[in-house]
Ligand binder design. Structure first.
Ligand SMILES: Cc1cc2nc3c(=O)[nH]c(=O)nc-3n(C[C@H](O)[C@H](O)[C@H](O)COP(=O)(O)O)c2cc1C
Length: 295
């Protein structure tokens, strides 16, 4: 499953200092990779560069609560891939995934255009296409089971993870990460900033990144990942990602989505007080609406 090429339209950067353009363009073009990576290993230099940009992130009192594990051992990657694929099959089979996340799914370009958030399922296997909208209903779920979709999606997911040359585990120091306390929030915020730095930097290195999140949805499976990575008591495993260099041509996954839309300024920015929608500057808004949404 891969994605169509990204239209590389230049982002709108009115009167911007030329030196800032590559950085800002890079951030505007940051994206999540749903498809496969090239099998070649990620160079140690690139791995360490990603760790450097991660630790350049802000953290409360410069506590640097993040920890990372770089995973290249094929046996560990295969193990995590197996857990990820099984988790995907379990989640789809039980309908749990769609039930939990139904509100984020959009089924047409028009729906996406109106909301400008969520993910538009624009790529489904042939037999399911006529039932796009029913995919979340009991009947749709039954059909998916009959067609073996949960197993197919699980196997696709396992292959994607297994074919990734690098996994990255992101952890937090539990002396800082204390859920329910401000320190817990600050730690998550700091880790988010660190991961965002990585997410932004991979594009410049010809790489991609994707969450391996299905095991997190099932506590028993997440525990298996923890055990495999020997996560000690004083650390909390927060997330696992797959990374690698991007291939040239892109083939899309069996079920794929487009989530490049972003809300208009007035939909998420207020002026002075909440509820006073910020107005789009005319020059920028006309250029933005002329652009096709990036994937
Ligand atoms: C907290 C968080 C959880 C996410 N979980 C997943 C995930 O489980 N699988 C996945 O493919 N992408 C995941 N994403 C990526 C989002 O789907 C993606 O950022 C969003 O659809 C916008 O697409 P873009 O990153 O390509 O701009 C996650 C992102 C965040 C910040």
């Amino acid at each position: 499953m891969t994605r169509p090429p990204v239209p590389r339209s230049r982002p709108v950067l009115p009167d911007t200092d030329a030196a800032a353009v590559p950085l800002i363009e890079g951030m505007l073009q940051r994206r999540t990779t749903n498809g496969p990576f090239r099998p070649d290993p990620v160079s140690r230099e690139h791995q360490h560069l990603l760790m450097r940009v991660a630790q350049a992130a802000p953290s409360h009192f410069n506590s640097q609560p993040w920890r990372f594990v770089l995973i290249e051992d094929p046996a560990t990657i295969a193990h995590v891939a197996g857990i990820s694929g099984q988790s995907m099959t379990e989640l789809i089979e039980a309908g749990a995934f769609f039930e939990r996340y139904r509100r984020y799914f959009r089924f047409s370009e028009a729906e996406m255009e109106a909301r400008r958030d969520g993910i538009h399922i624009d790529h489904l296997p042939g037999p399911l296409r006529p039932f796009t909208r029913q995919v979340f209903s009991d009947a749709g779920l039954k059909l998916m089971r009959q067609l073996g979709v949960p197993k197919k999606l699980g196997e696709d997911n396992r292959k994607l993870v297994a074919g990734s040359p690098l996994l990255l585990a992101a952890l937090l120091d539990r002396t800082e990460y204390r859920p329910g306390e401000l320190s817990g929030f600050y730690s998550v915020f700091g880790l988010g900033a660190a991961v965002e730095n990585i997410w932004n930097a991979v594009g410049a290195l010809g790489m991609g990144i994707q969450f391996i999140s299905t095991p997190m949805e099932i506590p028993r499976q997440w525990q298996r990942v923890r055990a495999r990575l020997h996560v000690p008591e004083d650390l909390e495993l927060m997330a696992v990602y797959r990374l690698g260099y991007l291939p040239g041509g892109e083939r899309r996954p069996t079920i794929d989505w487009n989530s490049r839309h972003r809300k208009h300024l007035g939909q998420f920015v207020s002026r002075e007080v909440c509820g006073v929608a910020e107005e789009e500057s005319p020059a920028v808004s006309s250029q933005m609406s002329a652009k096709s949404p990036r994937r």
